[in-house]
Design a protein around this ligand. Structure first.
Ligand code: MG
Length: 386
């Protein structure tokens, strides 16, 4: 059993939207295929992965450094104890050989992308959905019902309040019970008007979360906290710079409601610093670490250990990114849910074709691996690469 090839392609997922920090007009994504010598149903098993969204494709790092290390490793050194499957943990160690600690810039994205493909291959070789494999490995009962919320409400040219309300209404029509919109890309008064318009539109049918994408300094974050406290919001997300733990801690004194952050922290060490110094409250706040951006599931398991040591339940995790990898982790390891972008970042985000959102939940289909084969537009891209 061996890895026979690793392919990468950097592709556009551009769109005219913007949040408080960036626009997505030149956004790209890395798609990878990890080929193995294992035959299932008469064909070699191929694992697929991609790097979530919001960070650019990592073709250079994958092709120059991480894929060659996987291919150069002694094939038996990448197998599990029983030597009947790949070990993503050992593959991770091979990829990270000769890498210094700290930093975590974009390297974590490259490794996270390959890690996704390795877990996909691993679950396909085992012949089961990844969430079953994960639950079994951790002595848990899988729960195929996963909470999802609709992320949108971006700024884009010419978008008025009517368009924003129509967008949110369309998420309700598709079965979501929590919707999210961007803030911080307009004035506080304009954002207040946007929030009021959306709350009026969704009424008692759904709840609203808001996301500042790390835009605010402490003074602005507090000014927004005061304004947001006037409304029954689901959460206030990523107010300040992701690495400014003190800002997050001070903000907690001004905002008693739920806060969410973590999508731009890319290692278990950064996650640990957030829990140590960010003043977040395990009884209400939400952690959004996205494995695809942060060294993959092998590292995410370390992050879940850190959470446990600090008295946090995995239920407080609702990852960023809207991909099927995190859906599997949620269903297998008992996370609180997953983000979803109903109209964006296609065909990479979203669910298998048979899956519908109902009352804010989806039910995982029983597909071997991560389940990419069940999403026809995405699988077509993957097959073209493989
Ligand atoms: Mg966010």
């Amino acid at each position: 059993m061996r890895i026979t090839d690793v392919r990468e392609s950097t592709r556009p997922i551009s769109s005219p939207i913007r949040n408080a920090y960036i626009d997505f007009s030149a956004m790209t994504i890395s798609l990878v295929a990890v080929h193995t010598s294992v035959i299932r149903d008469g064909k070699p098993v191929i694992g697929y992965g991609f790097n979530s969204n919001g960070r650019y494709g990592q073709g250079g790092l994958i092709r120059d450094r991480f894929a060659p290390r996987l291919l150069a490793a002694d094939p038996t050194s990448l197998l599990n104890e029983a030597a009947d499957n790949l070990s993503p943990h050992r593959a991770w160690a091979a990829m990270m050989a000769n890498e210094k600690p700290g930093g975590h810039g974009e390297r974590s994205v490259a490794v996270g992308t390959l890690d996704m493909a390795l877990w996909d291959a691993c679950a396909k070789i085992a012949g089961e959905p990844l969430f079953h494999l994960l639950a079994k490995a951790h002595g848990l009962e899988p729960d195929p019902r996963v909470f999802v919320y609709a992320a949108g409400g971006y700024y884009y040219p010419g978008k008025n309040l009517d368009a924003l309300k129509a967008e949110m209404r369309s998420y309700l029509d598709r079965g979501y019970t929590v919707v999210k919109m961007k803030i911080g890309g307009a004035s506080l008064d304009d954002d207040r008007a946007r929030i009021e318009a959306v709350l009026k539109e969704i009424g008692a049918e759904a709840q609203l979360a808001v996301d500042a994408n790390g835009r605010f300094d402490l003074e602005t974050a507090i000014a927004y906290a005061r304004m947001l406290s006037d409304y029954p919001l689901y959460w206030y997300e990523e107010a300040g710079d992701p690495l400014d733990y003190r800002l997050q801690a001070v903000l907690g004194q001004y905002y008693p409601g739920r806060m969410a952050t973590g999508e731009n922290l890319f290692s278990h060490q950064d996650a640990r610093n957030l829990l140590r110094y960010g003043g977040l409250r395990p009884d209400r706040d939400i952690l959004q670490f996205d494995c695809a951006l942060s060294y993959g599931l092998v590292e995410y398991l370390r992050t879940l250990d850190v959470l446990k040591q600090h008295g946090w339940s995995p239920r407080q995790c609702i990852p960023h990114g809207g991909h099927q990898m995190s859906l599997n982790i949620a269903a297998g390891l008992g996370l609180g849910g997953n983000e979803s972008y109903p109209d964006l970042f296609q065909p990479y985000g979203g669910f298998p074709d048979s899956v519908r959102v109902s009352d804010g939940y989806i039910t995982m289909p029983e597909l071997p691996g991560i389940g990419f084969e069940g999403k026809s537009d995405l699988y077509q891209e993957m097959q073209a690469l493989a």
